[in-house]
Ligand binder design. Sequence first.
Ligand code: PLP
Length: 372
Amino acid sequence: MKNGTSVQTAIRETETSAMTIKKVSVSRVDQVDLENPGFGKVFSDHMFSLDYQGGQWQSPQIIPFGKIEILPSLATLHYGQALFEGMKAFNDSNGGVNIFRPDQHQERINKSCRRMCIPEIDGDTFMEALEELIRLDHKWVPTKRGNALYIRPFVFATDEDLSVKASNTYRFLIITSPVGAYYKEGINPVSLITPDKYVRSVKGGTGNIKATGNYGPTILPARKAKEEGFTQVLWLDAKEHKYVEEVGTMNIFFKIGGRLITPPLEGSILGGITRDSVIHLAQDWGVAVEERSISIDEVFEASENGTLEEAFGTGTAAVISPVGRIQHNEKVLTTDEDTIGPFAKKLYDEITGIQYGERPDRFDWLHHVTTD
Ligand SMILES: *Cc1c(COP(=O)(O)O)cnc(C)c1O
């Protein structure tokens, strides 16, 4: 029988509902190079699926990863009433798998749902789905340090209807993908340029949630940045084009005069869970953290007067990504251009140490899944 064909079906009684599990007959995991999987290129054997209709989420299912059938009139394809999450599971050095802060991702997906008029997903269902999926596909979690199983939950409108309105039906899927480093730079510094006319997000818009429609428009500015020799775009605020907001799809931090500064969450910035973890750790280490507006001019001034110690981005995909160079208008600033700065390195080591079960999970960030 071909790979991906389901033969075994089981009903697993969970606390909230009965989950139907259809397993593949033959796993594809042996065909995948888990040492070098790329990013988001290959997907594990199974996916979680949940449909919304008749005013409620129906019974949860785990089914083989595979094609889904849609009509050309699917509302999502036209108006983007859709959103996603992104988190990671890590091979625990003491056995089993650690999912990093899934409770935060669960809260955030529902925040996104509320903004997008999509019915919220029950917290227990979300957690049970993750656990079952990870347990079933635990062989897909790479054991190589630095690699992980990327988890992509997403929800989209499934009405076949071209009116611009809230859909009556939705589909919630979770797919997982073994991944390596997000940037080819690894934890080596990236270079950034501020776009001269494009903006990512405005207050009152959807920049503070993971709405699907936020990302397509960033491809052109990102491509232009690449053509000019930069890794990513450093986004400035949409109104004055003056304050730093984010870097690509990461939050940004500056260490200036011993203090850690990151832009505040006031509506246009995505509240990253890595950002939150960094703030926790810095404060725990006695480093002053300022969540406040920071202008691009202030960053350049700090560089000129020698107080800019480090700059780095934070996000699930790359964890910590040091910034080595920033170009704004015609000016160029460099910090640790060839290597990660000591504070960014300390954060990277601590966060990944916790994720792989090598360091104490002092803040209760891990959701451990046993796999035998
Ligand atoms: C997902 C995302 C981040 C990072 O959030 P994490 O929870 O740390 O992964 C930052 N900015 C944008 C725009 C994002 O989409």
